[in-house]
Write a protein of this length. Structure first.
Length: 355
């Protein structure tokens, strides 16, 4: 029949099936479960493998293009190297790290490390290789220590900006080496004896400042007090900047500090200890460069002369102390005058020869 409960066997006709609620619903032939062919799984696996191979080829090609963009050809060895394994100099020449290190090794072994000798290895360039560039490929190796030692042998005050000459304070060492002035940490390590100390005050005070260390030394070290007493007795002076002690053995009273910190850039008076400018070479010494008096000493003499009666009333021993100081200053002044008279003919000869 053709009613709802009838079933059809015609091809393409719907099949009525019961439902849990007792109703019937049609099921079309295309909705019925179909059986996969036996070789269908193999076809799907092959398609997946082909897709995976295509994706891998695309990834490899992209990685190769990226690596090609991030690499360069070294102009010395003509090998391809990555930018991460290279050094770019100030002249914009880029070298692979291995070639640059080999170049530095030859230069350091021959002790040709002066700024005019340690230049870019490319022909017709001549741009100076900086200390940070050398440090970048040799830091922590004996090559870096040899570079510092060789550079220290060539150091002159004010000759190489960016470098600071250090002399190891350890007994029996005294090694001289250079460190970059831009380094924030003042603690340095001697390449010879491996001692660590502060390059500013030449002492090991880890975790403390130079000023705090000096204060501690003054309070606890008898040797420091004895040295201060020796300086007062011998009338030595300290540099007003780095506080290094100095003794004038010959020459005039216009002093130039050549310590590792000042490097010939600080001038001061040996008589009063005041810091001077280069233009005050003569104006600060109205009685001559070799005399025992300067502007500050003259002012002290004038103040002492005006206050002598008051001091005489206040302290009975003031006269004796003042007289001793006056005699000592007069002796220094007389000796300075003799030195000036002896030096004057020599200076006149030098001036005539210069003309």
């Amino acid at each position: 029949g053709s009613g709802p409960g009838a079933s059809s066997s015609a091809s393409g006709a719907a099949t009525w099936v019961p439902t849990p609620q007792g109703l019937r619903r049609p099921v079309m032939p295309q909705m019925q479960t179909q059986q996969w062919p036996p070789h269908a799984d193999r076809l799907l696996v092959a398609a997946d493998e082909e897709c995976a191979r295509r994706l891998q080829r695309e990834y490899d090609q992209e990685a190769a293009e990226k690596a090609e963009r991030a690499s360069f050809r070294c102009p010395l060895c003509f090998d391809t190297a990555s930018f991460d394994d290279s050094v770019e100099l100030d002249c914009l020449h880029r070298l692979c790290t291995e070639c640059f290190r080999s170049y530095l090794e030859v230069k350091i072994r021959e002790k040709r490390v002066a700024p005019e000798e340690l230049c870019c290895p490319m022909p017709d360039c001549g741009r100076e290789v900086t200390v940070p560039q050398v440090e970048g490929v040799t830091k922590g190796s004996p090559l870096w220590d040899r570079f510092l030692a060789s550079r220290a042998e060539l150091w002159q005050p004010g000759s190489q900006d960016g470098e600071l000459l250090n002399e190891c304070p350890m007994p029996g060492c005294g090694a001289r080496f250079l460190t970059p002035t831009a380094a924030r940490n003042p603690r340095v390590k001697c390449p010879e004896c491996r001692a660590v100390y502060c390059r500013n005050c030449r002492a090991d005070h880890a975790g403390s400042t130079c000023e705090a260390y000096r204060a501690w030394r003054r309070e606890n070290d008898n040797a420091e007090r004895e040295f201060d007493e020796l300086m007062r007795r011998e009338r030595w002076q300290r540099c007003p900047q780095c506080k290094a002690a100095c003794e004038r053995q010959q020459g005039c009273n216009f002093m130039t500090c050549h310590s590792t910190q000042c490097r010939g850039r600080v001038h001061f008076c040996y008589l009063c200890g005041a810091e001077l400018q280069a233009a005050q070479h003569y104006s600060h010494f109205p009685h001559g460069l070799f005399a025992g008096r300067c502007e500050a000493v003259d002012r002290r003499h004038e103040a002492s002369s005006r206050s002598l009666p008051a001091r005489r009333r206040q302290r009975p021993d003031a006269d004796a102390n003042w007289l001793v100081r006056t005699l000592e200053e007069f002796r220094d002044w007389a000796q300075g005058g003799q030195q000036a008279q002896q030096a004057q003919p020599q200076q006149e000869r030098e001036m005539r020869s210069g003309l």
